[in-house]
Design a protein around this ligand. Structure first.
Ligand code: PRX
Length: 650
């Protein structure tokens, strides 16, 4: 992959931690790295004992039977007792766990003591419905407090939850419930999105009409008063079952390797993979990373991860990490442009948010909406800014730095995956001098290495990102398919976890994530990262957002196709498109100049905000569009297809 380097722009801006920040930071020197390098098992054992409360101490830190890991062997703990009871027992029961805000503006403040009561009651509801340790329950909910309550109630009694993102279709519910043999679905009538109830219960009904025979019961929270059909004997209202539930549910100690949850994620095949996470190792790494990546000070911070709990980011950094660390979080139900495009900034100002964690796509959307939106709000409480989910282009990083961070707030670009459970590569805000667009270094106790096609370690330049040693929050497998687990992650490079991403190590030892390897294009035998071309496209002053795919080309193998959204006042024209193409040629070299730039009004995105590159590739290749059920706005696809066809005619 060394050709990639040839067109990678060298980034020479650096941002050391501000001195006043470092002086008060949870860590501000190399000691954690040094400790982990000297003996990483001992390092994680120390973190596990310091950050987690065990009912029974573990006997062995790691049992590694490649590729199957057991962490903290023999240890016993209850994860909800770590997230709730221990804070209440330490006299912090009145501390706010969540400042929850509904999209219409209604709010609920729930303390740790109140959350514990709700979780105990719902755990008793689950038991009352016959659920037992080891069973699986699907959760299909909007961003309301009943969602973390349901997850924690499952965890309290050893039932594994499988959260299905609220934007998924009935078919997706059936696939996931069938695969996990879920005995129950916990849902809501609807959730508020852009001022309207987005219905959920009818989708569950549709799913259960066509499949998922393992589901015996459906519990429904009433969020929007949409009066859904309730089937006798199957469907129960949350408020009815909770009315009589006992708040007495002592936390039962679980084995460190008790299955905590299954979370489905898309792979290269049609069937989603049920990623399994267990209890002790997962909690240790999410608590550790939450504390150090975001420099969490539980006494004073108001932390906000603006993701959806339907994705792993929400599991680890809205629910388990923040609660384990006893911090106050903000949780928001709706969209960032309702009622106005300053909704996030308004929330930050009102609650005095100290950490904001969001995705590069969101940041680019905020850029498009304009700096006047955040400028109207006091964001001075922010201490750390985080990003996750995709490579962040330096322009978006700089915009975040300037317009949200007021030029002085450390940014942590956190690389990780559903499979890794927690952060793997990220700056530590009191330690790391950051470079815009680089996720910088692995966290203490995690060992990433880049390798070439033959599996040889690459000391500098481009390569495939692999993880060389097990880590506590690693996936324990794919539900029901150990062979697929081995094949997908451990067979490409012997003895290594292959993340599926390409990366580059620069001369200063900084890691630059280049996107999925399947998004790395090969043009005339040269490998070019979509990320780099996108970064160069958005560097043009007329471009707000860009997505690049490798189209099929008879001569060059692949051809670079760039889709761009223009900023505010710019009008689409062929001339402008050509100018943008040339701009990339100038920035990165001719080899990286897109064959075609297609100006589009919007990009097709999944509800989680990821650009659907597969779809863009299909459009580029003039193929059938396929399944678009996870599109934020399916109309975009037609529009893009039309524009692409027009472009072909020119
Ligand atoms: O390609 C990487 C990208 O997102 C993938 C993992 O996606 P998912 O399992 O949905 O989890 C997303 C939230 C953790 C990775 O293989 N990715 C994630 N974070 C970054 C990233 N790419 C570049 N930089 C990041 N910070």
């Amino acid at each position: 992959m060394s050709e990639t380097i040839g067109v990678f722009e060298v980034e020479d801006r650096t941002f050391p931690p501000p001195a006043d920040f470092a002086a008060k930071a949870n860590t501000s020197d190399r000691s954690l790295y040094d400790e982990a390098e000297a003996d990483y098992e001992a390092f994680w054992a120390r973190q596990a004992r310091e950050l987690v409360t065990w009912s029974k101490d573990f006997e062995k830190t790691l049992e590694w039977d490649l590729p199957f890991a057991k962490w903290f062997v023999g240890g016993e703990l209850n994860i909800t007792s770590n997230c709730l009871d221990r804070h209440v027992e330490a006299g912090r029961g009145d501390k706010v766990a969540y400042h929850w805000e509904g999209e219409p503006g209604d709010t609920v403040t729930i303390t740790y003591a109140e959350l514990l009561t709700e979780v105990c009651k719902f755990a008793n509801v689950l038991r009352g419905q016959g659920l037992e340790k080891g069973d699986r329950v699907a959760i299909y909910m909007p961003m309301i407090l009943e969602l973390p309550i349901a997850m924690l109630a499952c965890a309290r009694i050893g039932v594994a939850h499988s959260v299905i993102f609220g934007g998924f279709s009935a078919d997706a519910i059936v696939d996931r419930c069938d695969d996990a043999e879920a005995r129950m679905i916990i849902t809501a009538d609807a959730g508020w999105r852009r001022g309207q109830p987005a219905l959920l219960k009818p989708t569950v009904d549709a799913a259960l009409e066509t499949g998922a025979p393992s589901v015996e019961k459906v519990i429904v929270a009433n969020r929007c008063d949409t009066n859904p059909d309730m089937r006798d004997g199957r469907d129960l209202w949350w408020h009815d079952v909770m009315a009589t539930a006992s708040p007495d549910c002592p936390a039962e100690p679980m084995d460190a390797e008790q299955l905590l949850y299954i979370l489905y994620t898309s792979g290269t095949t049609a069937k989603p993979k049920g990623i399994m996470h267990t209890t002790g190792g997962y909690l240790t790494q999410v608590a550790f990373t939450h504390k150090y990546s975001f420099d969490i000070k539980p006494e004073t911070d108001v932390y906000w991860c603006a993701a959806d709990i339907g994705w792993v980011t929400g599991h680890s950094y809205i629910v388990y990490g923040p609660l384990a660390n006893g911090v106050t979080s903000v949780m928001y139900e709706g969209t960032p442009d309702t009622p106005g495009k300053d909704r996030l900034w308004d929330i930050i100002e009102r609650y005095g948010v100290t950490q904001l964690y969001t995705a590069p796509t969101a940041i680019r959307m905020f850029m498009k909406w304009g700096a006047q939106e955040p400028a109207g709000h006091d964001l001075s409480t922010l201490r750390v800014l985080g990003t996750v989910g995709e490579p962040i282009n330096p322009e978006a990083w700089m915009w975040y730095h300037e317009h949200i961070g007021g030029n002085g707030t450390p940014i942590v670009d956190t690389w990780w995956q559903t499979e890794t459970g927690g952060h793997m590569i990220t700056p530590l805000p009191g330690v790391t001098t950051t470079k815009p667009g680089s996720a910088c270094h692995t966290i203490p106790g995690v060992f990433a290495e880049l390798v070439d096609d033959d599996g040889n370690v690459v000391e500098s330049g481009g390569g495939y990102l692999t993880i060389a040693r097990p880590w506590p929050s690693m996936l324990r497998g794919i539900w029901g398919d150990p062979e697929r687990y081995r094949d997908t992650y451990w067979s490409r490079f012997e003895g290594r976890y292959f993340a599926g991403d390409g990366a580059k190590l620069d001369d200063d030892g900084y890691l630059w994530l280049l996107g999925r390897v399947d998004d790395v294009m090969n043009v005339s035998g040269h490998r070019i990262s979509t990320t780099e071309v996108e970064s160069a496209l958005v560097d043009h002053e007329a471009v707000a957002e860009a997505a690049v795919v490798g189209g099929t080309d008879d001569v060059t193998g692949q051809a670079i196709i760039g889709y761009v959204i223009l900023r505010g006042t710019h009008e689409p024209s062929i001339e402008l498109g050509n100018e943008i193409r040339e701009h990339v040629g100038v920035k990165l070299g001719k080899i990286a100049r897109p064959k075609t730039v297609i100006i589009v009004p919007d990009l097709p995105k999944t509800r989680s905000g990821k650009i659907m590159r597969r779809l863009l590739r299909d459009v580029a290749d003039g193929r059938e569009l396929g399944d678009t059920t996870t599109l934020a706005d399916p109309g975009v696809v037609d529009e893009i297809a039309t524009r692409a066809a027009e472009d072909d005619d020119d």
